[in-house]
Design a protein around this ligand. Structure first.
Ligand code: ADP
Length: 501
């Protein structure tokens, strides 16, 4: 095992990797931007280095600076987390050149996985069923309208280099086609520096079902079963679970085998995810390979008992997989809710600012992967994820009820969060019944508003005023660099507002 690892990330995932390092006796080296001086991952790490100003391009995306920092700190390996440089082939190559182990697949695999068109061709050649659509770029000369006609409307325009739900446009009829192509090209060029787009058949209300895989460098590949991630807003997951209510043992086995075939087709090593869409008739189609640890990995850890991040480090260190497929099974059910600093009642506008009060949920079967503390100032520059709340139950319903209770216990004051929205989502009759698909949020939660119990707001304001008077002037803690930083235990007062309390 390594003695020292650099974590090229921030927030909850950096904290998650630090935990894995601690358990393995690996020294965890954090990096941070000037906006993240007081971030939790900095406080938790064994060492931390400032790598530049707040904008990601000048810090968390600065490959040269990250490599230089890793070398100077004496690290042997780099964990990229998710987002930022996690699936960046140039970063994986740069690590290799600098004699640093990149915790993830090779640069070549990343290049293949990151090109949706190339991946489609590879999967088709390997006999994996892909979503009907084009296998080459929609060029000017090509008859795109004829292709769309052949697929049958609706179709979806996708960016070959896409990710994060960007560069996608659903086209309902030929009249919209030219405009959607243009818009997708523009968005793709801006976001990924590449305007290559292509068409796929748009599946109406499929389920998103993905398989976690683990592959060592010795030819062994296993899957850790599925996660269902159909609850999405703008093609971005917000609630995930494992197992999927849609799979039976037979379909699970078939999809698991397909996932392993996909991993082998791209020469995958380390932990990754093979995403599929599942239609109403239970046909499944390869969607893409996510070549990193996923935000939603905890639900799999909980039902399989495998620590995915520690396994990532072991695999990167050259170890063999410590188990075979027959040793793995699913136990009970896990649900994850992503807690974002967004105001769900104001069209999910980002909601940065100071966390004035924090009460975190506890109890049987409750796990919280967070990157925040009371007094922390959530910066505006990065992904709005604050924490992930995961619950386990012996049945789906037990996990769901525990989630509802945990969300009710979870109090974050000072910024808007998605907590009240999530509570309504998991309480919706269709969710309770396991009848989920990617259209769920659009179908049931358009224009959602929180129902605040009558009189609660007045009581809250009165309590806040009393607490403010009682607290006196805020205490300021000065860190080693002389910069003022809020202490983790600094709160405005002892009052609490729970939804429905
Ligand atoms: P990204 O790489 O940007 O995350 P994906 O290709 O993984 O994009 O797709 C993200 C989500 O978009 C899927 O989970 C699904 O909800 C939706 N989607 C993508 N392709 C299709 C399709 N052909 N038909 C229906 N929905 C799709």
């Amino acid at each position: 095992m390594f003695t020292k690892l650099l974590i090229a990330n921030r927030g909850e995932i950096a904290c998650r990797v630090i935990r894995a390092c601690r358990e393995l006796g690996v020294r965890a080296v954090a990096v941070y931007s000037e906006a993240d001086r007081a971030a939790l991952h900095v406080a938790r790490a064994d060492e931390a280095y400032c790598i530049g100003p707040a904008p990601p391009l000048e810090s968390y995306l600065n490959i040269d600076k990250l490599i230089e920092t890793a070398k100077q700190a004496g690290c042997e390996a780099v964990h990229p987390g998710y987002g930022f440089l996690a699936e960046n082939a140039a970063f994986a190559d740069a690590c290799a050149e600098a004699d640093l182990v990149f915790v993830g697949p090779s640069g070549d695999t990343l290049r293949l996985a990151g090109d949706k068109l190339g991946a489609r061709r590879t999967m088709a050649a390997a006999g994996i069923s892909i979503i009907p659509g084009m296998s080459a770029a929609a060029g000017d000369a090509e008859d795109v309208p004829a292709e769309a006609e052949k697929l049958g409307y609706p179709v979806i325009v996708k960016a070959a280099g896409g990710g994060g739900g960007k560069g996608m446009r659903i086209v309902r009829d030929e009249g919209e086609l030219a405009e959607c192509l243009e818009a997708a090209r523009r968005e793709a060029l801006g976001a990924f520096g590449d305007d290559t787009v292509y068409l796929e058949k748009y599946l109406e209300r499929p389920r998103h079902v993905e398989f976690q895989i683990l592959a060592d460098g010795h030819g062994n590949v296993v899957h850790l079963f599925e996660r269902e991630c159909s609850i999405q807003r703008r093609h971005q997951k917000i609630v995930e679970e494992s197992p999927s209510p849609a799979l039976d043992a037979k379909l699970r086995k078939k999809m698991g085998e397909a996932a392993i075939a996909v991993a082998r087709a791209v020469g995958y090593t380390n932990a990754g995810t093979i995403e599929f869409l599942l239609d109403e008739d239970k046909n499944f189609y390869f969607l893409e390979v996510n070549a990193r640890v996923q935000v939603e990995h905890p639900v799999t850890e909980i039902v399989t008992g495998v620590d995915i991040v520690k396994t990532q480090l072991a695999l990167a260190a050259g170890e063999k997989l410590p188990f075979a497929q027959k040793d793995l099974s699913q136990r009970g059910h896990a649900v994850e809710c992503r807690i974002y600093a967004e105001d769900p009642a104001a069209d999910f506008l980002p909601s940065a600012g100071k966390i004035l009060f924090l009460r975190e949920p506890r109890g049987p079967g409750v796990r919280l992967d967070g990157g925040i503390y009371a007094g922390y100032d959530v910066p505006v520059h990065y992904d709005p994820i604050l924490a992930k709340l995961i619950t386990w139950g012996s049945s789906r319903e037990e996990a769901r009820r525990r989630m509802a209770e945990a969300l009710r216990e979870y109090v974050i004051i000072g910024i808007g969060t998605t907590i009240p929205f999530l509570l309504d989502v998991i309480g919706h009759p269709a969710y309770v019944a396991g009848e989920t698909n990617t259209g769920f949020i659009a179908d049931y939660f358009d224009g959602w508003r929180e129902e605040v119990p009558e009189g609660l707001m007045e009581k809250a304001l009165a309590a806040a005023a009393v607490a403010e008077m009682a607290a006196g002037p805020a205490k300021v803690h000065v860190d080693a660099d002389g910069a003022a930083a809020p202490t983790p235990w600094q709160t405005v007062g002892p009052w609490e507002v729970g939804r429905g309390a």
